[in-house]
Design a binder for this molecule. Sequence first.
Ligand code: HEB
Length: 709
Amino acid sequence: IVIAAATAAETLAACPMAGMGAGAGGDDPLARPAARELLEADAAPKPAPFDPAKVEALDVAAVKADLTKLMTDSQAFWPADKGNYGGLFIRLAWHCNGSYRTWDGRGGCDGARQRFMPELAWPDNTNLDKARRLLEPIKNKYGGALSWGDLIVLAGDTAIESMGGPKIGFCLGRVDDADGTDSLELGPTPEQRLVAPCKAGDGNCEQPLGQTTMGLIYVNPEGVLGEPVPEKSVPHIRGTFARMGMNDLETVALIGGGHSFGKVHGACPAGAGPGPDEDPKNPWPGLCGTGPEKGKGPNTFTSGFEGPWTSTPTSWNNEYFTNLLEFGWEKHKGPGDHFQWRPVHKAGRSNATHGEPPAVMMLTTDVALLHDPVYKELSEKFAADPDALTTEFGRAWYKLMTRDMGPRTRCLAADKWTPPAQPWQMPLPDPPATLPDFAAVKADILKSMHTQAKALPADAGADGRPSYAALLSHLAWQCASTFRRTDYQGGCNGARIMLAPQKSWPENKGMTELRAVLQPIKSKYPNLSWADLIVLAGTAANEAAAGAAGAGAFPFCGGRTDADDGSLTDVLAPRKYINESVAIKDVAKVRGLPLNQAVALMGAMRSPSQAKRMGYSGAWSGATGVLDNAYFKTLLAEDWQKGKSAAGKEEWAAKGKPGVFATAADVAVATDPELKAIAQGYAADNAKFLADFSKAWTYMMNADRFKGP
Ligand code: HEB
């Protein structure tokens, strides 16, 4: 635990880093566990191991040059529209990333799970298998240095740039998954129905799902449930893009900027044919046309709509918006037998005076931009100011491509390819150049552990002394537990628990006062960040409370820094689940914890005074300050009776044991079959409990340390 007066860089080099390493998983809590291992199922085949050094050395410019060539190199198996694959690759990259949702950070192109079920067979991803097949030679050329995730994003970026659109920066370092496990909760699957129930197609999916139709991302282009009424699509577009983390400006720029390119495909009503779930060898053969050209080129069927949005689908401009505003739009059934919209002259103009309207089309969701005052105003802005569109589309596209990668510090070779940190990457200031003597800090923490402070009374320690152990452990846990492996957001680095909105979350009640307990130590060491102090205090408290067994089991790694802004972290607030066992299992996955380690962490010291602040009558034990497996023994031994606290919280009282209370989550550990089996293991073996607890604790305290701050 002793890291004295080292420079921040030295300290970081000496610390176990979480983050980039893929697949090692196994028993090493600091490696990124493969999805399968999280579920503790049998090992799935692994792709080539991720080697950051190789990726760092990748010549991104060379890949882009290869992609630029491919853009106009039409292949017989899938001829390019107007000799240019740009539109197809933009759609590929957008669908790979558009699955991202802020609710739990799941989705996005990191992992490139679009190659696997369930995303592979989403109706919206029809014919994207062809786009990936076109990219395969480039994937094979660069091998392990170029992941599918990075390649797909680069294909979209290069398409935009090669057709004259904005220059897009690049965050390098997506790690491919071995299978689609991490997308199961995106649906439609049994896993999704458990976490987020929604009858497919009933039009009323709640967070985190898209609103209308699963398997589309996530707005039905034809209108809500296929009804071509543009104004009804407005709330669905707004809701869906908000769930992706996009505001109105970004939404309009993305839709209109994206649809400046390419076309929709629906040559005839016959359809695309069986998808990969029915015919994995030859998915979506396309049923329009006959002979060797059946199903491709002019006979392509993808979505069932037909036509381009602009007269220049292979070059960048703002014609999408000028068309949208200049014409009236009339609905009709296109050749693919779906409702789409064609331009007609507005009142006072006619074919005779103004010529035939151009041969372009709009989808119901495009016309919807005219049926909302904010969307319409933004559309007018972009119609009048093409430069504004270029700027806003470039920004929003980079965000769309990069949002699931977490802080900019996770981008490899960032000095070569990556734009400066964006607000949505929640950048942190650099850590202090020299770090304090953490051994001395720790000694001071241990000294104040048992002395009453005015700001917040201590709990009763099991040894009769007052004890802040459980409270300090709670503070560190609350600070660190926001971490999500799904999008690398959250964690204690930055100490945003001290800032709005986190400081007012119900679970964090009292934590402001508790920080006053630490204030004298903070003031004593000028280079000590709150984030390091909070983590060290909780870690030292656990170590001391575990007694002899704790010695050496709680390593500490310093070098954190403090944020000056806590906003944008609302999305990290505790999520609502349909029940507690679903919550425990899903939250473990989102954090990247194997389930047994997540259960071990529930055995953390519990503060009775904190339980009361949070609205309960008490905790499972009236005393605290000892870290052992007593929690699991108590949970399994008592007869729990459901009731309500004075503050109206559901709680469970131990029959015949006044003052002993469990939360609904505790009771789930004692009753859910899988959780109970784990609890029984820990109740029987204190050493195993402590080993798993310290491993999980160390992982959570360091999971947000990538490189740099
Ligand atoms: Fe889009 C295409 C829808 C958004 C970009 N899209 C398309 C289509 C459809 C759609 C249906 C057709 C497909 C085919 O092929 O058939 N989108 C849609 C919707 C939405 C969208 C509904 C929401 C509102 N997009 C979008 C975005 C973007 C895009 C955001 C970007 C940015 N798209 C696109 C493109 C295309 C499309 C580029 C073309 C493709 C090709 O060309 O192939």
